[in-house]
Design a binder for this molecule. Structure first.
Ligand code: SF4
Ligand code: MG
Length: 326
């Protein structure tokens, strides 16, 4: 598998606060990687850094983000702007906030072709209608004349996908793409994304919903308090979590359908990033914690078969999980 995107040692700071503390991840060509974790774990900030769309107060203080061997952090803003859309695109949980309420949907999609492809108004409008039809919006020529508020949540997300894919990017970052949608519509959007995956689109899917991840991704990175705490294939990580936090996420998620019994959801809340616990940041919530965890920060380390865990006692967690009877 050759890498399309490689993020290594990424650190993002908001002033003194480290929101992302050394995250590495790889997305192969045509592959889908999921990033999971509670809110505030740094998943969205990591993806905004990849897009070059960090908020003004945030900056990358360390690390590399390379797309096909080119370090995006070295690019001039206008080069990065060109890559966005052409190579990288992103969709969000709330499409309404990303659309202009006072312009028709067809006009907004057509603008992409006008600005980026120099298409005439007539050609751009035609291509916008095609793009809408491709993502399954019925009666696209008519619907192109409607405004964002006249669409349902699911149809609006289709509009965003049409706009994101208009210039045929190679990597789509989907940040909680189905979280605001009801279950039926969610299934439709996931089906649409899977069609695009089969056509060769690589994706990063950011989600707190382990069921969504299981249905879309091959590999997964679990984040906690700005760090990756476990990574591996979805089959491995779901089958036998190697970090207590992942075990807790599984137990808290009915949609993961792991069939595990006797594992309790995680108590407590994610830590305040300005006052991280000593040692392992997860120790106040960890049922496996012992003295060493309070003093020694665990590094993300490789386990057999290429997966990783940032737990001093990963082997014990694996053994416990097997004993608990997955
Ligand atoms: Fe729990 Fe210790 Fe592992 Fe951290 S290092 S996850 S506190 S057992
Ligand atoms: Mg988020």
């Amino acid at each position: 598998m050759s890498a399309l995107l490689e993020v290594s040692g990424l650190q993002v700071a908001f002033g003194e606060l480290r929101a992302v503390r050394g995250v590495s991840l790889t997305v192969g060509k045509g592959q889908t990687l999921a990033v999971v974790g509670e809110s505030g774990s740094g998943k969205s900030i990591t993806s905004l850094a990849v897009m070059g769309l960090l908020p003004a107060q945030a900056r990358v203080v360390e690390g590399e983000i390379s797309l096909d061997g080119v370090n995006l952090l070295d690019l001039a803003p206008e080069e990065l702007r060109r890559l966005r859309g052409e190579e990288l695109a992103m969709i969000f949980q709330d499409p309404l906030s990303a659309l202009n309420p006072s312009l028709t949907v067809g006009y907004q999609i057509a603008e992409v072709f006008r600005r980026r492809r120099g298409a005439s108004r007539a050609v751009a409008t035609g291509r916008a209608v095609e793009a809408m039809a491709e993502v399954g919006i019925p009666d696209a020529a008519e619907r192109a004349k409607a405004y964002p508020h006249e669409f349902s949540g699911g149809m609006r997300q289709r509009v965003m996908i049409a706009m994101a894919l208009a210039l045929e990017p190679r990597l789509l970052i989907a940040d909680e793409p189905t979280t605001a949608l009801d279950v039926t519509v969610q299934a439709q959007i996931l089906r649409l994304l899977r069609e695009r995956q089969r056509a060769g689109l690589a994706m990063i899917i950011i989600s707190h919903d382990l069921g969504v991840v299981a249905r879309t991704a091959q590999s997964v990175v679990v984040m906690y308090a700005g760090q990756a705490v476990e990574s591996g294939t979805v089959a491995e990580v779901y089958g036998t979590p190697a970090h207590p936090y992942t075990l807790g996420l599984m137990a808290a998620s009915p949609s993961a359908r792991t069939g595990r019994r006797g594992i309790r959801p995680i108590d407590g809340n994610p830590p305040d990033l300005t006052a991280l616990p000593s040692g392992c940041a997860f120790h106040p919530r960890c049922p496996f914690a012992r003295e060493r965890c309070r003093t020694e920060t665990p590094a993300l380390r490789p386990l057999p078969s290429g997966r990783t865990s940032a737990c001093h006692f990963a082997e014990e967690v694996l053994a416990h999980d097997r004993a608990a009877g997955a």
